[in-house]
Design a protein around this ligand. Structure first.
Ligand SMILES: *Cc1c(COP(=O)(O)O)cnc(C)c1O
Length: 412
């Protein structure tokens, strides 16, 4: 950020100007790695190999490291490892202790403070796991965990019990058993590959896995959950996209939280996926001082549309142990939703959900638009607070012969 931009922000210009500033696409650039040859910088293996994983590296690269961050980093290897790709590290504003990028990936001492209501498996995944690495919570779809590794580690990770293996969970998925389960359960029509990050696999390994799932006749729909387009856009090669497009219908859900994450590099990577015919969705986690301000979230969802990504979910932050400093309130989440619906493109408005603690699954939460409802009328309000009445339709005694109801079983 230049000095001009910084003073522009502190002087609180009109919101429109501020949104404009947040929505600008800029390259993450080379930062500390200006001398690395372009070929290496663009190589995703180089990026992974040169990740920032130690306190020594952090001290060198971030002179403004705080005592809380230093302590957090020392303790991280027993909880959730630290890893940040050089590309993503360049998005950190070293002058800003509360930089929204920094808060997501640099450990803090607060992570070791666990409240009584926090959990190591907040969504009760392990108790809904018929075989290791498969979570079958909903009737017709499964979550297929393929690895415990990511390109970088989010400090609020809901799966930190296993991801990065800092706590010795030793996650070793057995693909044969996972695939066998899906093959034997004909109700599973949708398989969501996640982890860890499935795009850390080589093209060959991912192709093998997707090929085996596609060969199961009742699997209609495949999707990948990944933060790699954000942490490591270099991974989204033309070869990867050409491989993925063999497996349609295949959707990809990315995870991005703040407009600054949507750089020119990311926009190009997402464009390659979209050009391969892959519908893109985004999942954000509502995070305190990161994206819990309506103006930030609005800029973010609008910028996602410019990257050809449809905002899919905003998650209330799970009750993962040591995440209190990052959790925004549901009250604030509802304010954010209120500021989106009607105020911007419907496609830009995601569903706000709480993944019910203990394993109830995703539950939508929404500002109240239905003010009252009885057999005769529904009273609603719009995004401006104006009140309207809709006369309820009668579905009791039909005036004409009722259409024949089709049993769901006849449709399949
Ligand atoms: C989120 C999730 C899914 C997918 O849910 P959708 O609402 O269909 O995107 C599936 N299984 C598990 C266990 C999940 O947590």
């Amino acid at each position: 950020m230049s000095n001009d931009e910084r003073s522009a922000v502190s002087e609180e210009p009109p919101l429109s100007t501020r949104l404009d500033f947040l929505k600008r696409f800029e390259p993450a650039g080379r930062g500390f790695w200006a001398n690395v040859p372009e070929k290496e910088w663009q190589d995703w293996h180089w990026q992974l190999k040169h990740r920032i994983t130690t306190l020594e590296q952090l001290e060198r690269l971030l002179p403004t490291l705080t005592p809380e961050e230093r302590a957090g980093t020392t303790l991280a290897n027993h909880k959730l490892a630290m890893a940040i790709t050089p590309y993503f590290f360049n998005l950190i504003d070293p002058a800003d202790e509360n930089c929204p990028i920094r808060r997501q990936v640099i450990p803090r001492l607060e992570e070791t403070h666990a409240a009584a209501w926090e959990m190591t498996d907040p969504c009760g995944e392990d108790s809904h796991s018929p075989v290791p690495g498969l979570v079958h919570r909903y009737p017709d779809r499964v979550l297929f965990l393929v690895t415990d590794r990511c390109a970088a580690y989010c400090r609020y990770c809901t799966r930190s019990r296993l991801v990065s293996n800092a706590t010795g969970y030793d996650f070793h998925p057995e693909f044969d058993r996972q695939i066998e389960y899906i093959a034997q359960h004909s109700e599973v029509r949708d398989v969501l590959l996640s982890g860890g990050d499935p795009l850390l696999f080589s093209d060959e390994k991912l192709e093998y896995l997707l090929g085996r799932l596609r060969a199961i006749p009742h699997v209609e729909f495949l999707r990948l959950g990944t933060r790699i387009p954000i942490f490591l856009p270099q991974r989204i090669t033309p070869e990867l996209c050409a491989m993925l497009r063999q497996f349609h219908p295949l959707f990809v859900s990315i995870h991005s939280n703040h407009p600054r994450e949507l750089t020119t590099e990311v926009r190009e990577a997402l464009g390659r996926l979209a050009d391969a015919g892959i519908p893109l969705g985004n999942q954000s986690v509502l995070l305190r001082y990161v994206n819990d301000a309506p103006a930030i979230m609005k800029a973010h969802v609008q910028k996602l549309l410019m990257c050809r990504v449809r905002p899919y979910y905003i998650y209330q932050c799970d009750l993962i142990a040591g995440s209190a400093h990052l959790r925004a309130s549901v009250r604030q989440g509802l304010k954010v939703m209120e500021a989106l619906r009607g105020h911007t493109t419907g496609y830009a408005v995601p569903t706000y959900v709480i993944d019910a603690p203990g394993g109830g699954g995703k539950v939508p939460v929404s500002p109240e638009y239905v003010l009252s409802r009885n057999n005769d009328r529904v009273v609603i309000r719009n995004y401006e607070g104006k009140i309207f009445e809709y006369p309820e339709a009668t579905d009791g005694t039909p005036l004409f012969k009722a259409p024949v109801e089709v049993e769901e079983s006849e449709l399949t």
